[in-house]
Design a protein around this ligand. Structure first.
Ligand code: UDP
Ligand code: MG
Length: 322
């Protein structure tokens, strides 16, 4: 197989603190890969500015003016990590033989990039980066992440355990991905659905070397709920089962109350009070679950564009080629 054109796709949201270092390290990495015969000379990194509020885009355009390995796209709004990544991948698809997605903070070890490309050259269309340990994460993040993967598996959703969005995709896989039109994007669940030949490469995850995580707990929970409800309707079936159970409990309770009526000292109002709150709670909870799905249907039927590219800055020599 000939040496592939490799694109690194990097979503960036308010990353001015990390970008100079990231670009420096990745430029070096690309050079090394080119010399090692793992990447063609017109390989690039594509930085996607996800509507940052700081100087991220200014930095990206400056890099692309001076560094022939850097291209950039600017999204018109902040659309979130998944959409920014998709925008980058769909742009890279036009130029690259394969695209590798990675985070701007280089928490994912870049040394395994060689391994990614080797697997691609052996004929894999998707290569998943999987963390082999999580000791740089807090105990809380580890526990919640584990719970999340277990729950997804229990719901029958095919996700690769401990794989975030560090992965290589061939152009063929990207073409397949482009056919999925959903607005509620959860790439980790979508990519396994494509089903081409895949491989796993393990690596150690580092700490973010500067700046702050853009994923606070609130966003993490929203992301998990999104992942679950985009790929499984089992929660709806659970509601049905919960309804059956409650009805059964209600029936037993009624019989029991009838008997207790004749026993002395039974405070019926306590039972009435609790069943009211319990049932009210159950019903609201179930409506919440249903509401989540309805909200998704609403977003999907409108099918609004998932991102808008406001500006595309190609690297200095790509412009010269035109
Ligand atoms: N990111 C983005 N848009 C957002 C939030 C995050 O493009 O709205 C990017 C961010 O710049 C980074 C990647 O997504 O490159 C992962 O974010 P972060 O490192 O903050 O998440 P964590 O590693 O803490 O889960
Ligand atoms: Mg990070």
């Amino acid at each position: 197989m000939s040496v592939p054109v490799v694109y690194f796709v990097i979503p960036c949201y308010n990353e001015e603190q990390v970008l100079p270092e990231t670009v420096k390290r990745l430029t070096q990495k690309l050079h090394d890969m080119i010399s090692a015969g793992l990447a063609a000379p017109d390989s690039r990194m594509l930085l996607v500015d996800d509507g940052s509020k700081d100087g991220t885009w200014r930095q990206i355009s400056e890099f692309s003016d001076h560094n022939r390995m850097v291209s950039g796209i600017k999204l018109a709004h902040n659309r979130g990590h998944q959409n920014a990544l998709l925008a980058g991948l769909m742009t890279a698809r036009e130029f690259a033989d394969c695209a590798i997605s990675l985070d701007a903070d280089l928490q994912d070890d870049v040394e395994v990039l060689d391994e990614f490309v080797k697997k691609y050259m052996e004929g894999c269309d998707v290569v998943y980066g999987v963390r082999n340990k999580r000791d740089t994460d807090t105990a809380f993040k580890r526990a919640t992440a584990l719970g999340f993967y277990r729950f997804m598996a229990a719901l029958g959703v095919d996700v690769v355990y401990n794989h975030a969005d560090y992965r290589l995709m061939s152009r063929r896989a990207l073409d397949a991905l482009s056919e999925y039109r959903e607005v509620n994007l959860f790439l980790r669940g979508l990519v396994p659905l494509i089903g081409y030949r895949s491989a796993v490469v393990t690596y150690d995850r580092h700490e973010r070397f500067a700046g702050e995580s853009k994923y606070p707990l609130k966003k993490m929970i929203a992301f998990a709920v999104d992942g679950i409800t985009s790929f499984s309707v089992k929660p709806l079936k659970m509601i049905f089962n919960l309804g059956l159970l409650t009805a059964l409990a209600g029936f037993t309770g009624t019989v029991w109350a009838g008997i207790a009526h004749f026993a002395a000292g039974w405070a019926g109002w306590i039972a009435a009070f609790w069943s009211l709150w319990l049932l009210g709670g159950f019903i609201l909870l179930c409506m919440g679950v249903m509401g989540t799905y309805i909200g998704k249907i609403y977003a999907e039927t409108k099918a609004r564009p998932r991102y808008k590219i406001e500006e595309f800055k190609r690297s200095a020599d790509q412009d010269a080629e035109k």
